[in-house]
Design a protein around this ligand. Structure first.
Ligand SMILES: NC(=O)c1ccc[n+]([C@@H]2O[C@H](COP(=O)([O-])OP(=O)(O)OC[C@H]3O[C@@H](n4cnc5c(N)ncnc54)[C@H](OP(=O)(O)O)[C@@H]3O)[C@@H](O)[C@H]2O)c1
Length: 234
């Protein structure tokens, strides 16, 4: 499978990229990034496209995505990471929607093999899809993830023959080799469940390859699929 990845300079995306490089079912990887990746990511099956603008996809970029069958979108972050909520909304909602819409239009120009393109985005376990619910904590981030889910599912429903979407409702992700966060994460796991970045990456690549039963993939399923797929492949 040829796969498109984003967020590969980050915690989740770099683990997903590592997993894709090891997985024999992934034969070609196109990374969309605003800056080069760490030099330890190198493989004949890896191609990195540096994008300055994640809202527009010129033909020469789309041509390099030809024959891709899935995308794992791990670009973005908490609203507090951005200068204002408008920027956080643009990065976390408009960027993935623009990519998905461009892919859908591009698919119409290709012959295709009848399979639907799989778009898997990281969401969050505290995402809220009902904008009328009053929220005391992390309101912007939770509503942004909820709106992303609503609009992605709507896009998939409007393109049922060519496109399917999965949203990973993950809890706290523990970065690889981060002892401090591993300890804090274990202590707070009763409040917010945790998953290792590698385990999540295994689960997400498994979903990209095999799909999932439902559009919203809950944390517990990600943990289970991360474990099962890892033991399958090991
Ligand atoms: N980590 C968690 O515990 C957790 C839990 C639930 C959901 N999530 C979600 O998962 C996604 C990835 O999280 P993460 O922990 O891997 O984050 P991260 O380590 O901060 O990585 C974020 C990635 O997104 C890219 N990015 C961010 N803003 C960008 C922009 N304006 N333009 C282009 N690229 C941009 C970063 O690129 P640069 O390196 O160039 O900045 C990086 O590759 C986010 O949507 C986050 O909300 C994370």
């Amino acid at each position: 499978m040829k796969i498109i990845l984003t967020g590969c300079t980050g915690v989740i995306g770099s683990a997903v990229l590592q997993q894709c490089l090891h997985n024999l079912s992934i034969t070609s990887i196109v990374v969309l990034s605003r800056r080069p990746l760490s030099s330890h990511f190198s493989s004949p099956k890896l191609k990195v496209i540096i994008l300055n603008d994640f809202l527009t996809y010129p033909d020469e970029v789309l041509a390099q995505l030809d024959d891709a069958q899935a995308c794992i979108w791990a670009l973005g972050g908490m609203a507090s990471k951005y200068p204002n909520v408008e920027t956080a909304r643009e990065v976390n909602i408009e960027y993935p929607l623009a990519a998905a819409a461009a892919i859908i239009v591009h698919l119409r120009t290709q012959k295709g093999d009848g399979r639907r393109f799989r778009f898997l985005s990281v969401s969050g376990m505290s995402a809220v899809r009902d904008m009328n619910i009053k929220l005391c904590m992390f309101k912007d981030s939770r509503q942004i993830k909820g709106e992303l889910e609503n609009r992605m599912i709507d896009l998939a429903e409007r393109n049922p023959d060519s496109f399917e979407v999965f949203l990973a409702r993950v809890g706290t992700v523990i970065p690889k080799d981060n002892c401090t966060l591993s300890i804090i994460g274990s202590l707070t796991a009763g409040i917010q469940p945790i998953i290792g970045a590698d385990e999540l990456a295994v689960a997400m690549v498994d979903i990209a390859l095999n799909g999932a039963e439902t559009e919203l993939v809950l944390h517990e399923e990600l943990v289970a699929r991360g474990k099962v797929s890892a033991s399958d492949s090991g």
